[in-house]
Design a protein around this ligand. Structure first.
Ligand SMILES: Cc1cc2nc3c(=O)[nH]c(=O)nc-3n(C[C@H](O)[C@H](O)[C@H](O)COP(=O)(O)OP(=O)(O)OC[C@H]3O[C@@H](n4cnc5c(N)ncnc54)[C@H](O)[C@@H]3O)c2cc1C
Ligand code: FES
Length: 401
């Protein structure tokens, strides 16, 4: 085969690939995941397909307020566990209502320790009703785990997933910023870094209301004592009288840009942020304003993120949407935030979990047509499928749901 012919063939194959992908998703965005290749010790995602059963082999509270409970999990099949990337999460299928096993809840929980071959850990914060709304029920999944799930119980779990994980390049100093239960992926990153890369500079900024809410407190203090390159900055927004500055916490107040500037040495850092929406909304733009390149700022919200992402604005073309299994033909008028909201608003039952493109629970086969995404999904979408929670119709659409 001649050189030009070979070039033509390769170019055609590449164009065909791009064409196939474009039907499923198109967007321009700054990927939030780390850009370096993972070392061999860090597995690719999707270590098993579908649900795998895990036994709860222990549970313990991590904070004095007993609002954050860790669950230790071992696979029922007894096979060794694959590695995962520190910062990734598991997806659970929970059945809080035994009378309704066909209507499970899907919830995501970050792996809260470094990867181990025998058992894994998640840490779950009990979610109360929103402030000022005692009429609303408290969080169903977290309440179920806290109140009912005990050692010996079996849970259905999907493989570790998510694109929010620590850049394994030891030359890159890491700044981990956690608010409240956002500590879970940060603890996993910190624990992995101190045991595998003890010389790597890691700065953990951990914001909570007071000492009663501080999780993993003793272990973090031990890391700081044992590893000169690990720097712990605890910020208490409303310390109690028994919370002593310099001993139990470093800063009174919230984590903000001024605190970061004051404590970080000069030079390039990779920033990882996980916390409440308000924390993300203030810190991410502040870091960009400080001149940190977007590629060095990684963040995860434990729910739908409302941060404006640098991607294509997608309105969703007016189009007919056919939900094949439900036998419903509906007119998309562009007002719904995504196809998941649209389906639910019309009484069509579809699975969902994170509602943020992370867990894959809402993945649905596209029978015909194309979608566009409002945010870049973290979940790897199977060919010919879409994530309803982030997708809008780009053309008339037929979905399997
Ligand atoms: C990638 C990822 C990782 C995560 N990691 C963790 C983790 O490590 N640890 C952790 O604790 N969580 C984590 N989460 C969050 C977790 O998945 C759940 O969202 C959380 O536990 C709340 O679920 P729930 O079922 O308890 O609450 P839900 O039942 O979903 O309720 C949520 C809130 O809505 C309120 N509510 C109920 N009814 C109404 C109504 N009619 N109107 C308005 N509000 C209402 C409830 O009172 C509650 O405050 C993560 C999420 C994601 C996406
Ligand atoms: S609900 Fe989790 S990806 Fe859509």
């Amino acid at each position: 085969m001649t050189g030009p012919m070979l070039l033509l063939l390769i170019t055609s194959a590449l164009l065909a690939q791009i064409g196939a992908g474009a039907g499923i998703a198109f967007w321009r965005y700054q990927r939030r995941r780390a850009r370096f290749a993972a070392p061999a010790a860090v597995a690719p995602r999707g270590a098993w397909a579908g649900w795998r059963q895990f036994r709860v082999v222990g549970r313990e509270f991590e904070d004095a307020a007993q609002s954050q409970c860790s669950f230790y999990l071992a696979p029922l099949d007894g096979q060794p566990l694959p590695p995962y990337k520190p910062g990734q999460f598991l997806t659970f299928r929970l059945t809080p209502d035994p009378a309704a096993p066909d209507h499970p809840l899907v919830r995501c929980y970050s792996l809260s320790d470094q990867p181990g071959p025998a058992r894994w850990r998640i840490t779950v914060k009990r979610v109360p009703a929103p402030a000022g709304r005692p009429d609303l029920p408290p969080g169903v999944g977290s309440g179920f785990l806290h109140d009912w799930v005990q050692a010996g119980d079996v849970l259905d779990v999907r493989a570790p997933a998510g694109g929010f994980w620590l850049d394994p390049d030891p030359a890159t100093p890491a700044v981990l910023i956690a608010g409240g239960i956002g500590i879970t992926p940060m603890f996993s990153m910190a624990a992995w870094a101190v045991s595998h890369q003890p010389g790597r500079a890691v700065h953990l900024f951990y914001g909570v209301r007071d000492g009663a809410e501080l999780a993993f407190g003793e272990t973090l203090a031990r890391f700081a004592r044992a590893h000169p390159a690990f720097h712990l900055h605890r910020a208490f927004s409303r310390p109690r009288t028994q919370d002593l500055p310099g001993r139990h916490f470093e800063t009174e107040g919230r984590i903000d840009l001024a605190l970061l500037k004051e404590n970080l040495p000069r030079g390039r850092h990779q920033f990882y942020i996980c916390g409440p929406q308000a924390m993300l909304e203030s810190l991410v733009p502040a870091l960009h304003g400080w001149g940190v390149p977007p590629g060095d700022v990684h963040y995860e919200a434990f729910g739908p993120a409302s941060l404006p992402a640098p991607q294509t604005e997608v309105v969703g073309a007016p189009a007919e949407v056919h939900f094949a299994r439900s036998g419903r033909m509906l007119d998309w008028d562009g007002t719904a935030a995504n196809l998941l909201d649209f389906a639910e608003a019309h009484g069509i039952a579809v699975d969902s979990g994170c509602r943020a493109g992370s867990c894959g629970a809402c993945e649905t086969r596209i029978v015909a047509g194309e979608v566009a995404y409002t945010h870049p999904p973290d979940h790897d979408i199977a060919p010919g499928h879409c994530l309803l929670c982030l997708a809008k119709p780009a053309t008339a659409l037929e979905l399997e749901a």
